[in-house]
Design a protein around this ligand. Structure first.
Ligand code: DLL
Length: 437
């Protein structure tokens, strides 16, 4: 018999705001005390700000606490932010940035358990049960998406298939042969898997019902495409290594915003001046961990842009709710004065049937040192690539749509179907050639 765990606690998921704030305050005070006593980096910052743990009297006092940024992880590489002896650390994950040393995160056994509970809680929310056969098609290794999701599947009691990435046709065959009902991977890999399944006429032989996708930004139109191709429901899953990994925020069956688990994280969405935005407004997601032991983190500036939604959800959960991630602060392009995120471009091309969902953005400078943007997009498989007149029409259509929806003038290049590399990891969408000049 599979052991039953109490990963699901409706009392917590639907807790009233007052009780939740009390729980958060208790946990926040404990977290601040721990980092003050055990992490020299935080102790120094708190002392410089003239703060002691007892100064935290209310969750709103969060805004007097110092913040943490990605650079602090690299500066304290590898173990400088750990709040416990290595004897208590049972696992390490790491996530590489584009420059410098990777971020290293450590987990106590309690952390591994809390994280597995969170992931299992998310899966339960979208109706996945221990009867499901769950394929995890992401890289198993230092990336948190492999073991993090895997532990959640096992915690739930579902059957885990740790298929990893690569050999896409074999992945599809496994899904058919093993009767896979739930799938986790990046949204871009989901597209590739679905294209391959359609190509080999295997969709009809699948039992897939639920897809859980995350680790990179994706658009609403891309969701529709994946759902149509696989004939499933597709849910957005958000997370980051600094806060355990996947399982931090997750959609419910309403597919209308992500629930972020207030019993584990204190959530702020801040504008450029560091002020909390109002509902509906965009800002940077800033998170404070409330239950982590290995690396508790105060006010982590995730670099992810989201919107704060009204907390009331049809599903009756009372958590803070966020829109899907719009993009990263560092991925925002300013093109002739207009702010554009890759997801917005993705959303436009996902609506044009003549082109595939795969795209790349090239940034360059012209002779006058003005920024130029080129969007490379693949024509759909069944389009004839030798009909130049038709290709010209498609090219113009993409350019016009980008112009009318986003207000940007972009060069559009059409590529043959399958030209842009498909990977099981995070897709690289922006190639910035400006730095090379
Ligand atoms: O990507 C953890 C994860 C694994 C999440 C599997 C979901 C599924 P990192 O490698 O540390 O951790 O990257 C974290 O990825 O700050 C976001 O910029 C981006 N990201 C993660 N999920 C989403 C999402 C994992 N659903 C960084 N939408 C984050 C948009 C996402 N961006």
């Amino acid at each position: 018999m599979k052991k039953e765990y109490h990963y699901r606690d409706p009392k917590i998921e639907k807790m009233n705001r007052k009780d939740m704030k009390e729980l958060q305050l208790k946990r926040l005070r404990k977290t601040v005390k721990t980092v003050y006593n055990r992490v020299p980096f935080y102790r120094k910052q708190l002392k410089e700000a003239g703060l002691r743990p007892d100064d935290i009297k209310d969750t709103s006092d969060i805004n007097i606490l110092p913040g943490t940024v990605k650079q602090d992880f690299t500066d304290n590489y590898p173990y400088g932010l750990f709040a416990t002896d290595m004897d208590n650390i049972v696992r390490i994950h790491s996530s590489s940035g584009t420059t410098g040393k990777p971020k290293v995160v450590g987990y106590t056994q309690n952390d591994i358990d809390t994280w597995a509970d969170l992931v299992a809680r998310n899966f339960t929310m979208v109706g996945i049960t221990k009867k499901d056969i769950f394929q995890n098609s992401v890289n198993y290794g230092l990336f948190t998406g492999g073991l993090g999701i895997h532990n959640g599947i096992e915690r739930l009691g579902a059957t885990a298939i740790p298929s990893g990435t690569g050999n896409t046709l074999r992945q599809i065959e496994m899904m058919v042969d093993f009767g896979v009902t739930a799938l986790h991977c990046t949204p871009s890999y989901a597209l590739y898997l679905s294209e391959t399944a359609v190509e080999h006429d295997l969709i009809g032989k699948m039992k897939l019902k639920t897809g859980v996708f995350g680790s990179e930004p994706w658009s609403e139109n891309m969701r529709k495409t994946i759902e149509d191709m696989f004939q499933i429901k597709a849910y957005d899953s958000y997370g980051l290594s600094e806060m355990f990994g996947p399982g931090i925020a997750f959609e419910c069956p309403e597919q209308d915003g992500l629930h972020i688990w207030d019993d584990n994280f204190l959530v702020e969405v801040l504008d450029k001046n560091g002020e909390q935005v109002s509902e509906g407004e965009k800002g940077e997601l800033v998170l404070t961990s409330l239950t982590k032991e290995g690396i508790p983190v105060l006010r982590y500036h995730t670099g992810d842009i989201t919107r704060l939604l009204e907390p009331e959800c049809e599903c009756e959960r009372t958590t803070t709710r966020l829109s899907r991630m719009i993009g990263r602060v560092d991925d925002m392009m300013i093109i002739r004065g207009i702010n554009v995120f890759p997801t917005q471009i993705q959303n436009v091309i996902a609506n044009i049937p003549e082109v595939s969902n795969q795209y790349q953005i090239l940034l360059s400078q012209n002779q006058k040192k003005l920024d130029e943007i080129t969007v490379q997009v693949e024509i759909e498989k069944d389009m004839f690539s030798d009909d130049l007149k038709r290709l010209g029409e498609i090219q113009r259509k993409v350019a016009e749509e980008l112009n009318s929806v986003l207000g940007i003038r972009a060069n559009v290049e059409l590529l043959g179907y399958g030209t842009i590399e498909r990977t099981g990891g995070k897709a690289k969408r922006i190639i910035d050639n400006r730095k090379a000049l």
